[in-house]
Design a protein around this ligand. Structure first.
Ligand code: ZN
Length: 493
């Protein structure tokens, strides 16, 4: 007995030692600091004035899209040609699906695959009645104390302007790319990009064009999001979740509510929804989201690193902890969100049917088909019909974090932002990249701007703004990125 206890004690001690050693060794890779200083000049004041002017065009994508003011979009397109004469003289502009803009900067090397830098210039509406909550009117483009205010100043006119400022700066110094560089600026991203970005992808396909990589909006250089981590964190998203909405229709006999059956259609539906809420597709510590957290965890304190450093032992516990928070949960699984309900038309009339709508965001390990199968199996009630609303998107492929485009992005982040943690990640919402990824070997989702938790409340919300410093830096970023990847000697694999 003593021997057994001693042996158990020894095993336990060994386990503790392994856990502690692994945690101690679980430290950050050296951060590539300041590769070399950026050399391209972008005038901050001009860039700020341009973004301010761009914000004033009310290029709103309303839902439903019928109320869209096409003339505002047209005026914005005309303004672009006046604001960026060098770009319009040197690049070929083509319109796709009427108002999406595809610029082609023809390179001298016809063999190397082109690159595709993208953004969107449509914006979400301002919620009626909240105009007065804005510190500066949403479509005035005020510049106050080094900050540009208004709808679109962050999402995503900032990227349109920064790409064009960067290109202008390069053209001013007589730069000519070796490989071809495309810019695509979508006009309907906020309502799904089914015409704009999708049209660009169709154009590429029908002309046999494939980009080596594309870059679209996504994550940012995040500051102050993670307690205990002071170093800025740049998440370059290499994947995007898919999207499927399922409609559940519960059927039952109608009649007067004074003599109801044991269960009405509403009760049957409620039960089905609860089943889905309580039995979600599994969460796992794999994929880009898990990689993102694991990279970040290397920078945490010793006690917080223990679980991440010893996933061989604590994976289950880690998943349990991470799925408690909506933000981390969404990175590890296909999420389930019941969003809409309808039943009887009158309070005292039994419904003959009740309808519920559940929106799923699909992790790359799952698919539309696997989610629908999961719903049917979980609900498993002949009184409930399951149908799919026709706007689904499969999750994206996972792009390489070792390929040329990622390396160039990562290096340019170091160049522009100094000491920064860079990690691959995943976009949980839908963007135009779902289309661009179809015609690119790899697609990345990242905005070269520093944001704090406060800045993100402006995203689709009130008081959207961007600092002039951020805009200027982003402009130089795109120019440096083009120079690093489209010149005669692009970086090797
Ligand atoms: Zn956006």
């Amino acid at each position: 007995m003593k021997k057994i206890l001693a042996a158990l004690g020894a095993i336990l001690a060994l386990l503790v030692i392994v856990v502690l050693v692994r945690t101690a060794q679980f430290t950050p890779d050296p951060i590539a600091a300041g590769v070399s200083a950026p050399t391209i000049q972008v005038d901050a004041e001009t860039a700020a004035r341009h973004l301010s002017e761009a914000v004033r065009f009310q290029t709103i994508s309303p839902q439903p899209p019928q109320g869209r003011d096409r003339e505002e979009f047209e005026a914005f397109i005309n303004w672009l040609s006046e604001a960026y004469p060098l770009v319009h003289q040197n690049l070929v502009l083509q319109r796709i699906s009427d108002q999406t803009l595809l610029y082609k900067w023809v390179g001298s090397d016809p063999v190397t695959k082109p690159i595709l830098l993208t953004a969107h210039y449509d914006v979400v509406p301002v919620v009626p009645g909240t105009e007065g909550d804005w510190a500066h009117p949403p479509f005035a483009g005020d510049i106050v104390d080094g900050v540009i205010w208004g709808r679109g100043s962050l999402d995503d006119k900032s990227a349109v302007i920064a790409i064009l400022e960067g290109a202008t700066a390069l053209l001013k110094e007589g730069y000519a790319p070796a490989r071809t560089v495309y810019f695509a600026f979508g006009h309907d991203e906020e309502i799904g990009g089914r015409e704009g970005a999708h049209g660009v992808a169709e154009y590429f396909m029908s002309h046999g064009i494939e980009a080596a990589w594309s870059l679209d909006e996504g994550s940012f250089v995040l500051e102050g999001f993670f307690p205990g981590i002071d170093t800025p964190f740049a998440s370059i998203n290499i994947a995007e979740k898919g999207y499927v909405t399922v409609q559940l229709t519960a059927h039952a006999a109608g009649g007067h509510s004074s003599v109801p059956p044991k269960e009405t259609a509403v009760g049957i539906l409620a039960e089905a929804i609860l089943k889905l809420q309580n039995n979600q597709p599994p969460a796992k510590m794999d994929g880009p989201g898990a990689e993102n957290f694991t990279t970040m965890a290397r920078h945490m304190s010793f006690s917080k690193r223990i679980l991440f450093a010893n996933q061989w032992l604590f994976k289950g516990l880690l998943v349990k902890e991470m799925t408690k928070e909506p933000f981390t949960n969404a990175q590890l699984r296909t999420t389930t969100a019941p969003t809409m309900l309808s039943g009887s038309i009158k309070e005292n009339v039994l419904p003959i049917e009740a309808i519920g709508v559940v929106n799923f965001r699909i992790h790359p390990r799952d698919s539309i088909a696997s989610v629908v199968e999961h719903v049917e199996k979980t609900v498993n009630d002949p009184r409930v019909d399951v149908s799919v609303i026709n706007n689904s998107t499969e999750p994206s492929e996972i792009s390489s974090a070792a390929a040329e485009g990622y390396k160039a992005l990562s290096r340019t982040v170091s160049k522009m932002f100094g000491e920064t943690i860079v990690a691959p990640g995943m976009t949980v919402a839908g963007t135009d990249s779902k289309s661009y990824a179809l015609v690119s070997e790899n697609s990345y989702r990242f905005n070269p701007m520093t944001v704090t938790p406060k800045d993100l409340t402006g995203f689709h919300g009130t008081n959207e703004s961007l600092s002039v410093e951020n805009l200027q830096k982003a402009s130089v970023f795109y120019a440096e990125l083009i120079k690093a990847t489209a010149s005669n000697t692009p970086l090797g694999e």
